[in-house]
Design a binder for this molecule. Structure first.
Ligand code: NAD
Length: 264
């Protein structure tokens, strides 16, 4: 039985993770932490599964002592605070927009404990990354363009995943991302320079997250696409990372490590 702690447990991802762990055969929820919101409330009741005897607490020293792995989906300040109070537990971090300080603290934790950090825990997106790397290298002369679509409330553009896809394509082609990637096009931009990689963001409605990568050449077009339909894929990916992590030595890993997609 893997004992898990969730930080950010009252949030959208946190509640989904708690519900999945409480229903899993091989996992137990050993701690659930968040800031003041719902403090003291039983987590089972919060996620609609009835009393489980696990109250929602503030992150504090000792609270994760019974945990094998702590999963953090909070805010960048939440990750920083977690690292202040965490013992020697393995850690899975899904929180995005980490500050330089929290990234450094995370690196320090990873020197003596296993850590998985990923901006996107969907297994499908991580396989897409790997496929894009391969396609970009195998089709070096094809024009590569990335389009991402997200809900109207998203505040950053392009998505971190679109950036990761563009970077993976640049790495595969051995080119400098700074000199290769363009963000959107407008006006008298002239003919498309060879090798350029375009990244475009569409916003609207409640789209959970679509990414498509097109490689075009005279006479053909290869399209690789991923569509997230809910947050379930992120939660399941984070739990997969937690299961994988318990047996691993100290170090900083990503979802490509978890899925065995490195160097293939
Ligand atoms: P949310 O706003 O619904 O939940 C965040 C929770 O964190 C809230 O309950 C909030 O009270 C809590 N929190 C804030 N500060 C805290 C602190 N100092 N200590 C403990 N808890 C604190 O957000 P969400 O949609 O659940 O997303 C959470 C994070 O996960 C965001 O950074 C989001 O971008 C990221 N995310 C990552 C992935 C991925 O695959 N890596 C997928 C979805 C979301």
């Amino acid at each position: 039985m893997i004992r898990i702690g969730i930080n950010g447990a009252a949030g959208r991802m946190g509640q989904l993770l708690c519900a999945r762990i409480l229903s899993a055969d091989d996992m137990a929820l050993a701690a659930a932490t968040d800031l003041g919101r719902f403090a003291g409330m039983d987590v089972g009741s919060l996620v609609g599964l009835g009393e489980k005897g696990i109250p929602l607490s503030e992150p504090q020293t000792g609270i994760y002592d019974e945990c094998d792995v702590v999963i953090d989906f909070s805010l960048p300040e939440g990750t920083t605070r977690l690292l202040d109070v965490l013992g020697s537990q393995a850690l899975v971090v899904g929180t995005t927009g980490l500050t330089e300080q929290s990234a450094m603290d995370l690196g320090r934790h990873a020197q003596s404990n296993p850590v998985v950090l990923a901006a996107n825990f969907s297994t499908g997106v991580n396989v897409l990354l790997s496929l894009v790397e391969k396609a970009a290298a195998l089709l070096p002369d094809h024009d590569l363009e990335i389009v991402e679509m997200h809900h109207a409330r998203k505040i950053d553009a392009p998505s971190g995943t679109a950036l990761a896809l563009a970077k993976a394509a640049c790495d595969a082609r051995g080119v400098d991302p700074e000199e290769t990637i363009v963000y959107g096009r407008a006006g008298d931009v002239g003919a498309r320079p060879k090798g350029e990689i375009g990244v475009h963001a569409i916003r609207g409605g409640d789209i959970a997250g679509d990414h498509s990568v097109t490689l075009s050449a005279p006479g053909e077009r290869l399209e690789l696409a991923h569509r997230a339909t809910s947050r379930a894929a992120f939660a399941d990916g984070a739990l997969r990372a937690a299961r994988w992590l318990v047996e691993k030595p100290a170090g900083l890993y990503d979802m490509q490590d978890v899925l065995g997609l490195k160097n293939r």
